[in-house]
Design a protein around this ligand. Structure first.
Ligand code: ATP
Ligand code: MG
Length: 257
């Protein structure tokens, strides 16, 4: 490992589906204390990379280490150190919110008293207290997103990986999630999130990686990315579109004529 504080390390990660290379040679590191934003157009390989980091998808080649553990050869330790919030919440519909958190606490073998305390704390902070005894299939999309985050936070993971965590959330819930992620990082966790929302990447991420067609085309702080862009590309939108190729005005005019 290059650095003792690297909580996520991917090395030459590749995922192929037949002839299609979904992720090509992605090497990146996320340190303790960092919120890392993973940006890229639709189909760029964000979800595929994330699933390999959390051990849901086997890489074609390359390695992933989470909190120092190899995800393929030490999956139990790697999973015990990480929390994952998928792009679409996939929760046990017939459990209540409170039951879900206790169930997850049992999976991580938390002691009873700690589990009860943590459950109530997360329900309160995520504003799910009133719905805690209703089944999850009665929750709105945003409530399910928050329940999914609560479940990922039950064991206070060192590494938190989130696939588009704020999609479909109202401004208050989106802010709440952003604040929680910042605090997790400030307390020494590594947070890895994918997003399409450039403003989120710009405002809350310490470093940003841009992936395009499976390849990591840039990594750095906002200032470092600015220095990579052409003169005049000052916004992340300009830099992002410069690296990933936005539609030209003439092309847009073509479809509107
Ligand atoms: N199971 C699969 N079989 C074949 N191809 C796949 C499979 N899963 C993903 N792909 C392909 O891999 C590429 C990357 O997909 P991925 O879901 O990682 O993109 P993404 O960056 O998360 O996109 P989005 O922003 O739309 O969520 C896409 O071209 C997709 O079609
Ligand atoms: Mg995706």
């Amino acid at each position: 490992m290059a650095n003792g504080n690297s909580l996520i390390v991917t090395q030459a990660l590749v995922k192929r589906y037949g002839d299609k290379v979904a992720v090509n040679n992605v090497s990146l590191e996320v340190q303790a204390g960092e919120v890392f934003g993973f940006l890229g157009p639709n189909g760029a390989g964000k979800t595929t990379t994330i699933k390999m980091i959390v051990g849901l998808l086997q890489p074609t080649s390359g390695t992933v280490r989470v909190a120092g553990f190899d995800v393929q050869t030490q999956p139990m330790q790697a999973k015990a150190s990480s929390g994952y919030v998928p792009d679409t919440p996939n929760l046990y519909a017939k459990l209540t919110g409170r039951e879900l958190l206790r169930f997850v606490g049992d999976l991580y073998d938390l002691d009873r008293q700690h589990m009860a305390q943590r459950t109530e704390e997360l329900l309160r902070v995520l504003d799910l207290g009133e719905a805690a005894d209703n089944t999850i299939d009665s929750y709105s999309h945003g409530m399910q997103q928050k329940a999914s985050l609560a479940a990922a936070l039950m064991h206070d993971p060192k590494v938190l990986v989130l696939d588009e965590p704020t999609v479909g959330l109202d401004p208050k819930s989106a802010r709440l999630i952003k604040d929680i992620l910042r605090q997790m990082a400030d307390r020494g966790s590594a947070v890895f999130l994918s997003t399409h929302i450039l403003e989120i990447a710009e405002r809350m991420c310490d470093r940003i990686g841009i992936i395009n067609k499976g390849e990591l085309v840039a990594v750095g702080t906002m200032n470092e990315l600015r220095s990579l862009g052409k003169a005049g590309e000052v916004s992340l939108e300009d830099i992002f579109l410069g690296l990933t190729g936005g539609a030209e005005e003439a092309e847009i005019a073509e479809i509107l004529k």
